[in-house]
Structure formats: C-alpha cells, structure tokens
Design a protein around this ligand. Structure first.
Ligand SMILES: [Cu+2]
Length: 190
C-alpha cells in the first residue's frame, strides 16, 4: 500500500475495477443462483407431476384389476370350479344328486335353516369317506366349502351323520357323481 501512495489514480482505478468486477461477479453469481433455483423448481415440478402421474397410473391399475381382474377370472372359475348350492335339511341334501368333474375344484355354498336343537352337536354333516369329505355345517348358517374332487370317476354315497337317524336313514343320503375329466372339457367349451 505504502509504495502506491504516489500513484493514487492507478490503485483507485484498479480498486474501482476490482469493485466493478466484484459487483459483476455478484450479479453473475446471483443470476446463476436464480437460474439454479429456477431449474430446481422446474425439476421439483416435474418430479411432482411424475409422482402424480405415477399415483394416477397406480390407482387406475388397481381399479382396473379390481373391476376386470375379478370379471375376467370368473368365466374360467365357473368352467373350472363353480359354486354349487347345497341345502341340508331334515329331508337330507337338496339337490340330492351333485355332479362334479374329476380333478375339479368346486365350492359348495352349503346352507341350512335348521335350528341347533334338532341337530346332533348342533350341526349337519356331509360325509363321504371315498371322496375325502367330512364337513360340518353349524345350525342356521351358510358355509363355503372348497373341495378338490379326487380323480376317480364314479357315483358315490354322501350322507349326514348328525340328524334324523344319520347314516341309517335313507333320506339322509345323497349322491355325488364324479364325471371323467375329459367329458367336462367338451362340456365346458361347448
Ligand atoms: Cu343333517
């Protein structure tokens, strides 16, 4: 500094230039910051839009699945398994003959209106040892019983062992007819 005392104009000009340079630098920096902020904001905006888009797509996908997945699955279920309505009463099984297909998985919608005091143990039963069936149905209820039909075509006895004389009473018996799998393929297609 001291050796520049006699050269006032030059340092002042220099200083002014430095100040201008610094100012310029500051302006440039601030502009850069503003650009960066704007870019950041734009990026956040895009991310927000992407996130929103993603949520919309996810909601639509779930909605479509719920609406159509079930709908699309139903025909094959109906062909492959189906729900068979079976009532148990003091008269036995209604219907008294149930046709199924070997290897098929079926669901019995099994129901009764009978009250507990009329039933041994408060239940109707569905018994067919040859077909692997031994189910219980509580009084005045509906129960879904899913059952995979053994691969052994034939006509089988099924009975209720818990009311009206059980196995000894003819009306407590029903029939389950297991058809060969190949026969049902033609039937399901046609
Ligand atoms: Cu019964």
């Amino acid at each position: 500094m001291t050796d520049h005392v006699n050269q006032q104009p030059a340092p002042r000009r220099e200083r002014r230039e430095q100040e201008r340079e610094a100012l310029h630098q500051a302006v440039v920096e601030r502009r850069g910051q503003r650009v960066a902020e704007r870019q950041h904001a734009a990026r956040m905006d895009m991310l927000r839009k992407l996130a929103f888009g993603g949520i919309v797509v996810a909601v639509l996908a779930v909605g479509t699945y719920l609406a159509f997945g079930d709908f699309l699955r139903r025909p094959s279920d109906a062909a492959a398994s189906g729900i068979i309505d079976v009532q148990s009463s003091m008269a036995g099984f209604t219907p008294s003959e149930i046709d199924v297909t070997a290897g098929q998985t079926v669901t019995f919608k099994w129901w009764t209106q009978d009250a507990a005091p009329h039933l041994t143990g408060g239940v109707h039963t569905m018994v067919s040892p040859d077909l692997g069936l031994h189910e219980q149905l509580p009084a005045e209820s509906t129960k879904m019983v899913t059952w995979t039909v053994p691969n052994k075509p034939g006509t089988y006895d099924v009975w209720c062992e818990s009311c009206c004389g059980g196995k000894d009473a003819p009306q407590m018996h029903g029939k389950i007819v297991v058809k060969p799998a190949s026969a049902s393929v033609g039937a399901a297609v046609g």
